[in-house]
Write a protein that binds this ligand. Structure first.
Ligand code: MN
Ligand code: MN
Length: 301
C-alpha cells in the first residue's frame, strides 16, 4: 500500500479516535452548546497525542454534513445530531462519525440503526471478500449499503460517499458510493472511509450556507502582511487538511477573520458549504476508517 511507511501512525490515529468517540458519547447531552462539544472533542484529541484531521462537524437534522460552530455560535445540540470528527498523527488521518437521537424519537433511532447496520454489513462484506481472496468493487459495497438502508424503509444519500485516504489527503480520489452506481472500480490496498447516510427524504443533498470550514488550494502569496502571517500559520499547521474560522479566531482574533476573507478572495482557500437534505428531511450517518491489505483487514476507528 502507498501509506506503508506510515501504517503505525494511521493505527495510532485510529486508537485515539476510538477513545475520543467512546468518551464523547458519554458527555454529549441535549441543549449543550455545539461549540462546547466541538472544543471538548478537539482538546481531547490533542490531549491523547493526536491532532484534529478537520474541524469537528456537528450537523443537526436536515444538515447532513459540514456544520462546525463559529467562534460566537449559540446553537445548541438537539434533534438528530451527527458527530463527525477526524484524528491525524504525523499527517495520517482517520475519519469517523456517529449519530445521536437527542429528542427521544423512534424515527431518529431507526435512522441511526439503519446507518450503523449498513456500515456493519459493508465491513463484513469486505472482510469476507478478503478472506476468500476475491476482488472488491466499490459499487458492490454501495449496493450492500443501499439494500440495508432501504430494508429500514429509508433512502441512502447518493451524492455523499466514502473515500480513500492518504497522508495529508482526506479525499484522495477513490469514492465508496452509498448505492450501486453501476460504475465498477476495483479497490486496492489502502485506507478507506466508509460512511453511509440515511434519510427519510429522497436521498440527495445540496449546498447551503458557507460553513467556515476551509482548505488550502493555492499557495500564491496574499498582499497584506497580516494575511501572509495567517497563511504561513495555516500552511504549517494544517497543510492540505481542512481547518475552520473558529481555530483562526482563537489564534489571531478578529483580524484573523479578515485575513481569511482576503485569502479566500485571493484564491488561496476553498470554502466548504453546509450540505442540506434536498427536501429538508432528517439525515443520519455512521462512519469508520478501514485499512485494506492483500490478506489483511483492520477497522482503524
Ligand atoms: Mn469521511
Ligand atoms: Mn467524516
Amino acid at each position: 500500500m502507498k501509506n506503508k511507511e506510515n501504517k503505525e501512525d494511521f493505527f495510532e490515529a485510529g486508537r485515539i479516535a476510538r477513545k475520543v468517540k467512546e468518551w464523547a458519547k458519554t458527555f454529549i447531552k441535549k441543549d449543550m452548546f455545539l461549540i462546547e462539544i466541538a472544543e471538548k472533542i478537539e482538546e481531547k484529541i490533542f490531549e491523547l497525542g493526536g491532532k484534529p484531521a478537520f474541524p469537528v462537524n456537528l450537523s443537526i437534522d436536515k444538515i447532513a454534513a459540514h456544520y462546525t460552530p463559529s467562534y460566537n455560535d449559540k446553537t445548541v445540540a438537539r434533534g438528530l445530531l451527527k458527530v463527525d470528527f477526524g484524528v491525524h498523527v504525523n499527517g495520517c488521518p482517520v475519519d469517523n462519525s456517529f449519530s445521536l437521537d437527542l429528542e427521544n424519537s423512534k424515527e431518529n433511532k431507526k435512522l441511526i440503526e439503519a446507518c450503523e447496520k449498513a456500515l456493519e454489513a459493508s465491513i463484513s462484506f469486505i472482510k469476507e471478500k478478503i478472506e476468500s481472496k476475491e476482488k472488491i468493487k466499490t459499487n458492490e459495497i454501495g449496493e450492500i449499503i443501499q439494500k440495508k438502508i432501504e430494508s429500514f424503509g429509508f433512502y441512502p444519500i447518493v451524492n455523499l460517499s466514502g473515500h480513500s485516504i492518504e497522508k495529508y489527503n482526506l479525499h484522495s480520489g477513490i469514492s465508496i458510493p452509498n448505492f450501486n452506481e453501476k460504475k465498477e472500480v476495483e479497490i486496492e490496498d489502502g485506507i478507506y472511509a466508509i460512511e453511509p447516510f440515511a434519510t427519510t427524504g429522497t436521498g440527495k443533498v445540496h449546498d447551503g450556507n458557507f460553513s467556515g470550514i476551509y482548505k488550502v488550494i493555492s499557495e500564491k502569496q496574499p498582499r497584506s502582511e497580516k494575511s501572509r502571517e495567517v497563511f504561513k500559520f495555516i500552511l504549517e499547521e494544517y497543510k492540505t487538511l481542512p481547518f475552520c474560522s473558529r481555530w483562526i479566531y482563537k489564534k489571531f482574533g478578529s483580524t484573523g477573520l479578515l485575513s481569511l476573507k482576503e485569502l479566500e478572495s485571493n484564491g488561496n482557500l476553498h470554502h466548504f458549504k453546509h450540505l442540506l437534505e434536498s427536501e429538508g428531511s432528517k439525515v443520519s450517518q455512521a462512519e469508520h476508517t478501514i485499512l485494506i491489505e492483500k490478506d489483511n483487514f483492520f477497522v482503524l476507528t
